[in-house]
Design a protein. Structure first.
Length: 83
């Protein structure tokens, strides 16, 4: 009973895997810079939301604002799934 592990053979897979998939960036570097700017403004307490003008305290909201601004400027950003 103590020798059960020794009876199993270690099998190595020799089957070829498919070609490695290249990762493509979803967001352009310009979009990343815009998000970084909006987050910085949020931490400084200067970032305001749209119509109401209230201060933004949620980082997710700051990212959404950054992506929206990047879309307006024409940066490569995937479309908003909610629209």
């Amino acid at each position: 009973m103590a020798n059960k592990k020794a009876t199993k053979k270690a099998s190595k897979s020799t089957a070829k895997k498919g070609p490695a998939k290249k990762s493509t960036r979803k967001f352009s570097p310009a979009a990343g810079k815009q998000i970084e700017t909006e987050l910085h403004e949020m931490h400084e307490g200067k970032l305001k939301s749209g119509r109401s003008g209230k201060k933004v305290a949620n980082p997710k909201q700051a990212i959404a604002i950054g992506l929206s601004e990047a879309r307006k400027k024409g940066a490569r950003v995937p479309p908003n799934p909610n629209e």
